[in-house]
Design a protein around this ligand. Sequence first.
Ligand code: BG6
Length: 484
Amino acid sequence: SNEVNAIIIMFGGSGDLAHRKLYPALFGLFQHGILKDRFAVIGTARRPWSDDHYQGVVCDSVKEAGGTDDEAIAAFSQHFYYQSHDVTDADHYVTLKKLAAKLDDQYHVGGNRLYYMAMAPTFFSTIATHLKSEALLTDTGFNRLIIEKPFGHDYDSAKALNDAITGTFKEEQIYRIDHYLGKDMAQAILALRFANPWLKAVWNKEHIKDIQITLAEAVGVEERAGYYESAGALRDMVQNHVMQLLAYLTMDEPKALTSEAIHEVKAKAFDDLHRYTEEEARQNFVRAQYAAATVDGKQVPGYREEDGVAADSMTDTFVAGKMLTDNPKLAGVPIFIRTGKRLTRKSTQVTITFKGGDGLFGTTPGDQLTVYIEPNEGYTLELNAKKLGEASTLEREWLNMRHTDQAIADAPEAYERLIGDVLAGDQTNFNHWTELAQTWRYVDVISKAWAKDQTMPTYPAGSMGPKAAFDLLKDGDHHWYWQP
Ligand code: BG6
């Protein structure tokens, strides 16, 4: 069986991420028999909760995420323990260590430990340092660290954080989360690119006109202004999710489907990214903030009116950019990216636009291949085809495929896949330090350019961003692809 024994220590056990995503994900692993009898979860956070209360919270979280098997949920929640914890207090780590050892005996775990940092990033370094000084890592079994984003704020802070965690954990013990890498349809890009020889043959500058990546959200900043004000869309979405998808779309073929081989080509893809000067960054990247508007009959506040947001905030809620790679196979092919809050609707999709041409049928537009990542999951191929009943008149046809809601519901959610990977010791879908260093360096140039700029364009809530984001594509007759 695939059963894995482990004591999971969850820093941020009372937090929102744990509640919304992590407990349901662990429950999924429980239902699939990966976590079975020999595991326990220690939730830690500041507030003083009893085990009972904590188990109730875990049950609620699983039910809110759609869990219905009450008996299984109750059995699952029995594996949860709570330890009130001040992350800066060394004594608390000693208590934690003893509890872990006790539960290890009780559940016959054999030394495996998974440390999950799912809390305010300010404490990541402190926790890592204490795990070492209070000797929590075991000598038998595995010790693995899962660390959530944000992994730093720029290259320097990311480096400092990395230095702190690598003082305690080795690279092969560290699992840096980018939850987009756990999404089924993000992983599907690899199969699409490398399991279809004809597609491989045209994945180059001779045939590709442009590559587009859109990560659109309909929600605003919600209750997260405290974090978001210091992040913005560039740090929140581009440095990680957008660039990870970009790597999948532009990287060379890996030698094997192994973590090592995939990380090697991804690192090269980031190396190959064409670096802009600050001036070029200013020309090729657009930022903006959403402004108040009526969306679906409801009045929606602008970003600067949201709770916790400064009235003169310079935080970007939207980014669009034109990127280039120096990889000779794709050199010169523009890669258009955009992401933002309060856009028309939630959709993550990537589109490859192929070149059109002149031929027997005159001038024909290029074909377009789209991968729908979320919430729709599937593919569209738009191509030129003969109109029924006519000799040689063309029309655009759509080959359309979507996974069914049922199939989507049956497939494990991103976090379940990712935590499952960690338990299995598979680092494929996690960020190596090299990738973080590369992506932060790329993004830092843009942040620096923007820091010197006092203008902040706006876009109406519910739209697809400012005009400037459309103007970016004007050169060379490119157009944003945006279909349901
Ligand atoms: C997170 C960002 O990393 O990704 C959020 O911090 C964003 O601001 C979220 O809403 C989007 O993820 P998903 O899976 O809903 O597309």
